[in-house]
Design a protein around this ligand. Structure first.
Ligand code: FUB
Length: 336
């Protein structure tokens, strides 16, 4: 009898220890491990987080990507892969390089913006955030062969919808562009414009390669705050914040600027993250429930710059509205 009681006590203890471990369980970076993913564009749609990504292939030795995936979660720990929501096979006018996408919602429809071939961008539409998406216009929305002002590489679309309902499409590589979208989200409204990034003295920061400087990206490409790629715009306390990458080198990372106007100019404010072990920096920022989060990618799973993996960490603002520099964590975030 005594022996049985002892065993029951032991079982109960083990059970309580397991419960304790589970209640302390936290998410872990990278958040997606079964496939390679990059360029996380996170959104909260109907109270759930959706992350739209480039899908790096298993044997990639370049950004030779063919489709895009979306992942969703209601706790930032358990993620559902909704599969390939759109692919090059769904586009009649493009054959290669399915790069960093974004998605926006208007009146219950979801609009998926995507760059292809480093020269063009399109828009697809679905009734659900998880697709499947269909090419909405059967041709590019932006094409630098027709419109050289779109810049040398019109990639990395990012859509921001302001409180008054106006949608803005940002994009570019080394040169940042913007165009307003019509209410229908699939047509442009007005001309393309340059978005300027300025330093605190008001000087415009332009990309310029200085081949003599090998190491320091800030000096090599035109000074602190110069625009590389990966724009992402959000609003915080009435100001417009632009997250972007300052280029490609061991010291490159995600940085940001602030503006009073979504059209810019954005004043360069500093780093958002310390550099990660990856040649590209591309991320997004959202508010989910009471906290802010930054999504980004590393190459931790593969140690290969073309086989990346997305991560998430908390983002913290200082009292004055500046952003505290995030150091990427292994444990990620948990809502518990
Ligand atoms: O994923 C391909 C390209 O790498 C993206 O378009 C860039 O932002 C960089 O992350």
């Amino acid at each position: 009898m005594l022996v049985r009681k002892g065993r029951n006590m032991q079982k109960l203890t083990v059970f309580f220890i397991l419960c304790l471990i589970c209640s302390f369980a936290v998410a872990e970076n990278p958040i997606i491990k079964h496939i390679y993913t990059a360029d996380a564009a996170a959104h909260v749609f109907n109270g759930r987080v959706y992350v739209y990504t480039t899908h790096d292939t298993n044997d990639a030795n370049y950004f030779d990507t063919v489709d895009w995936h979306v992942f969703s979660s209601d706790n930032l720990e358990n993620w559902t892969d909704h599969g390939a929501i759109f692919s090059l096979d769904d586009i009649s006018w493009a054959n290669k390089w399915a790069w960093a996408p974004d998605c926006a919602e208007r009146d219950g429809k979801y609009y998926f913006y995507y760059p292809v071939e480093r020269t063009k961008m399109g828009v697809a539409v679905s009734d659900k955030p998880t697709g499947p998406f269909k090419d909405a216009i059967g041709k590019p929305l932006i094409d630098n062969a027709i419109e050289p002002f779109a810049g040398p590489e019109p990639i990395d679309p990012a859509v921001f919808i302001d409180d008054d309902g106006q949608a803005y499409l940002y994009f570019g590589c080394r040169e940042l562009r913007i165009v307003k979208l019509k209410e229908n989200m699939i047509e442009r409204k007005g001309d393309l414009h340059e978005v300027k990034i300025i330093d605190k003295e008001g000087t415009t920061l332009k990309w310029k390669d200085n081949p003599e400087i090998k190491e320091n990206i800030q000096k090599k490409f035109g000074g602190d705050g110069v625009f590389g790629e990966a724009p992402w715009v959000f609003k915080y306390k009435g100001k417009y914040y632009m997250l972007y990458s300052n280029g490609w080198a061991s010291d490159s990372t995600l940085i940001y600027g602030i503006s009073d106007d979504p059209m810019g100019p954005f004043t360069y404010m500093g780093k958002v993250m310390t550099p990660v072990d990856c040649w590209t920096s591309h991320g997004s920022i959202i508010k989910f429930r009471e906290y802010w989060y930054i999504f980004y990618h590393t190459m931790e799973l593969s140690k290969n710059n073309y086989r990346r993996c997305i991560c998430v960490d908390r983002l913290v603002f200082n009292e004055d509205g500046t952003i505290k520099i995030t150091t990427p964590t292994k444990q990620g975030v948990s809502l518990k």
